[in-house]
Design a protein around this ligand. Structure first.
Ligand code: BGC
Length: 760
């Protein structure tokens, strides 16, 4: 970041800029709209209804491959016959996904070339296919690509450059695989610790998630998504997916409009404004209506109000589920009618050819207007033109992708991981460990690269180590490389859920100076990640407890996608490092932090709960704090949102307000001095929280309104300045509109608080 003595942070957060605009147009990269519109018109003039409904169909690669869906022939190969049935006979416009596991970059190129040749040379319209894939933390379905930390870890860096660079590299390596469309980022707000996709989000705070989400969209799409190093981004999953009342994947959410607008919508609004080219619909149901059938959300809100112009693609099989799971449609055909009329442009069918056939019948029967079809096709073709697919269905020039899987990219992934890892506890400054220590490394995640990467890593669930990136170390391997084999002993101790050899781990602990216990979760995503119990599995807690009893100091390293409860064992540990899902460089980053070659600077982007029934976010209301003795101690998380220690110390002083009163035409600035009072250089995240002291809607105790990550050398002081606009004090009021009410507000930075007054 900035190295000047004075840093002026002008907060023009897109989130807040949008608060007062009820409707606005999509901006983002500067395309020549009229030129693209003309091209789209000229293609559409030649399209029959069959061409159009085909264009709105997205099928899985399983449908054009040898073998059966979910059980494809190995080694993978396309079926010439199925390819023609799908593309030429049925005019399918989009293909997605991977057949079970990642492919080499060469294989991807061969497949995409084959698909585009058939589409462009044999399909009557010659329209190229738009291939889409889950580029979740890098081009994870291409072997040898760079795997970055997952989104929750990127959020923990509190530095948007990592979101942007990760997406840029992901885009580069996805295009290197000849694929132009990434199903990322996840813009769902991560406010429920139980939810199995929490780690795919940027955590619980709206402001942090919005800043990160915009950076990621910009990273994917660049200035021109048609260039050889960028792809189309997808805002996922519109809308309300992450807050199911059960905490389980794809179960019902009930979200009042006020909360929806305040907590759920801002990330999507900002990403729309940043020009995101596509959106994927939430598979779940909100307020009793499956979102795929909700016209108010998909057309009223997304199009009429937000001005989104890109493609709205369904999620996996979700139109079919309107009938088979949600039970709001009697037949598959009725489900298609509902979804397309509600505003779905493209159906991720993805495993049969019923959709185009039934949709065509619906148009012929007058149940889906041709204008709705034309609108959807126009959006799809517009994105295909914006991606340059008609001119360049892929880029073959020599040397274009030389950086694929390079050291340079690996270093960027390492930097992100090293700034994500969060030091939650460090009693008696036990960390960093001295390099002449003898260390026992134990626990189920000590020697597992799949654990470091989590879901969406080479396979959907990310559990198969046979696809691990070659040469990337686990935590154990990285420590051994740094300290030498003989200084680091290893005993498994437990699997995720069961004891293996705790006794041996205990015996080994007695012969070592420290025990680094690497625990947490195995990879998962979506339904397979549903939980019955947020406690860390008993076997792992027994391991920590047994080792602590030996008297050998325990350093607990958490590798997990959501905060599993550890309140019984935490007091028995000396230090705790939260690694989240740090990706392929996580082993190196964690080893460097344990040994002091990197200074931790990550901060929690979520509240880490202490008990399973106390799942309360940091921006809760005052009533949430009232405890059983009628005091205000009920909010007592294990670690707070924004918490994270360093190997140096920082002091805050001299908080200054430019003016302590301002009105709707003005602004104020608040500045603070931050000094590195320790003896190592380090980074600090300066966080500005605002409390609305009295409001017409119960105010949160505080809300994050801005942040800045700064680097400070020992003894150095920097002044950080934030500018506050009326929008930065706003909330969604009784009329479901953003408002800023007159009154007193408290500003908190570090341990210091000052009041300001806002007047009309
Ligand atoms: C997930 C999406 C993903 C899609 C395609 C769905 O099951 O919910 O996030 O993009 O599959 O793989």
């Amino acid at each position: 970041m900035n190295t000047h003595w004075t840093i002026s942070v002008i907060i023009i957060s897109i989130f807040t800029m949008l608060l007062f605009s009820s409707a606005y147009a999509q901006q983002g990269p500067d395309y020549d709209k009229s030129e693209i519109a003309e091209k789209v018109d000229s293609v559409m003039q030649k399209m029959t209804l069959t061409d159009k409904v085909g264009e709105m169909t997205q099928l899985s690669i399983d449908m054009i491959s040898e073998g059966e869906p979910y059980n494809l022939a190995e080694p993978h190969r396309l079926s010439e016959e199925k390819l023609r049935e799908v593309l030429v006979e049925n005019r399918v416009g989009s293909i997605l996904n991977v057949g079970g596991h990642a492919y080499t970059v060469e294989h991807w190129r061969e497949i995409i070339r084959q698909i585009q040749e058939v589409a462009m040379n044999e399909k009557p319209t010659g329209i190229p296919v738009i291939y889409g894939i889950d580029t979740i933390h890098g081009a994870n379905y291409t072997l040898g690509s760079t795997l970055f930390p997952q989104q929750i870890a990127i959020a923990a860096t509190w530095d948007t450059q990592f979101a942007k660079r990760g997406a840029e590299v992901g885009a580069y390596e996805t295009r290197a695989s000849y694929i132009p469309w990434s199903f990322s980022p996840v813009l769902d707000i991560g406010r429920d610790a139980r939810w199995p996709r929490l780690w795919e989000t940027f955590g619980e705070d709206v402001h942090l998630a919005t800043e990160m989400g915009v950076a990621m969209v910009e990273g994917y799409q660049g200035d021109d998504a048609a260039d050889p190093h960028h792809v189309a981004a997808t805002m996922k999953h519109f809308l309300g997916y992450s807050l199911p009342i059960t905490g389980k994947d794809r179960t019902q959410a009930w979200i009042p409009e006020r909360q929806l607008r305040e907590y759920v919508l801002p990330t999507f609004k900002a990403a729309t404004e940043a020009g995101a080219l596509t959106v994927m619909i939430n598979s779940g149901e909100m307020n009793g209506i499956p979102v795929h059938a909700n016209k108010d959300i998909l057309t009223g809100l997304l199009r009429d109000e937000m001005g989104f112009e890109g493609i709205a693609v369904s999620d996996w099989e979700d139109i079919i589920y309107l009938q088979s799971r949600h039970k709001v449609a009697k037949t598959h055909k009725e489900a298609i009618e509902m979804a397309v009329n509600a505003g779905v442009d493209m159906s991720m069918v993805p495993l049969d050819l019923e959709f185009p056939k039934l949709l065509k019948e619906l148009v012929e029967e007058g149940k889906v207007p041709l204008e709705r079809i034309d609108e959807a096709v126009r959006r799809i073709l517009t994105v295909k033109f914006k991606l340059g697919l008609f001119e360049n269905p892929y880029y073959e020039e020599e040397g274009l992708y030389d950086k694929f899987g390079s050291e340079e990219f690996a270093k960027e992934s390492y930097n992100a991981a090293a700034e994500a890892v969060t030091l939650l506890k460090n009693s008696n400054e036990i960390l960093p460990l001295s390099k002449d220590s003898k260390i026992l490394v134990t626990g189920p995640n000590a020697h597992s690269l799949t654990a470091l990467n989590g879901g969406w890593s080479r396979t959907w669930q990310g559990t198969d180590p046979q696809y691990d990136t070659e040469g990337k170390p686990t935590i154990l391997e990285a420590l051994r490389t740094k300290l030498g084999q003989s200084s680091v002993s290893y005993v498994e101790g437990t699997a995720i859920d069961s004891v293996i050899n705790i006794d041996e781990a205990v015996a080994a602990a007695k012969n070592n100076d420290f025990a680094v216990v690497c625990i947490g979760e195995a990879p998962y995503t979506e339904k397979p990640g549903d939980l019955r119990d947020l406690w860390l599995p008993q076997a792992q807690r027994d391991l920590v407890e047994a080792i602590a009893e030996t008297g050998t100091p325990v350093v607990m390293v958490l590798i997990e996608g959501r905060p599993r409860i550890v309140s019984d064992i935490e007091p028995k540990t000396e230090a705790v490092l939260m690694g989240y899902l740090p990706g392929d460089e996580g082993g190196n980053a964690i080893a460097d932090i344990l040994l002091g070659d990197a200074n931790p600077s990550g901060k929690l982007p979520i509240t880490y709960p202490r008990y399973p029934n106390d799942l309360v976010t940091y921006d809760h209301n005052y009533t949430d704090q009232v405890d059983t003795n009628f005091g205000t101690d009920a909010f007592n998380p294990q670690w707070e949102f924004g918490h994270g220690l360093s190997y140096t110390s920082f002091e805050y002083s001299n908080m200054q307000l430019k003016n302590s009163e301002f009105d709707s035409t003005g602004q104020t600035t608040v500045s603070i001095d931050v000094t590195n009072t320790g003896d190592r250089s380090g980074k600090e995240v300066v966080q500005l929280y605002v409390s609305d002291l009295v409001a017409s809607i119960t105010p949160a105790v505080k809300r994050l309104r801005s942040f800045d990550k700064i680097q400070l050398d020992p003894g150095e002081t920097k002044t950080v300045t934030f500018t506050l606009h009326p929008e930065d004090l706003a909330f969604v009021g009784k009329d479901n509109e953003w408002i800023t009410e007159a009154g007193e507000f408290a500003l908190h930075i570090g341990p210091i608080t000052k009041k300001i007054v806002y007047k009309y």
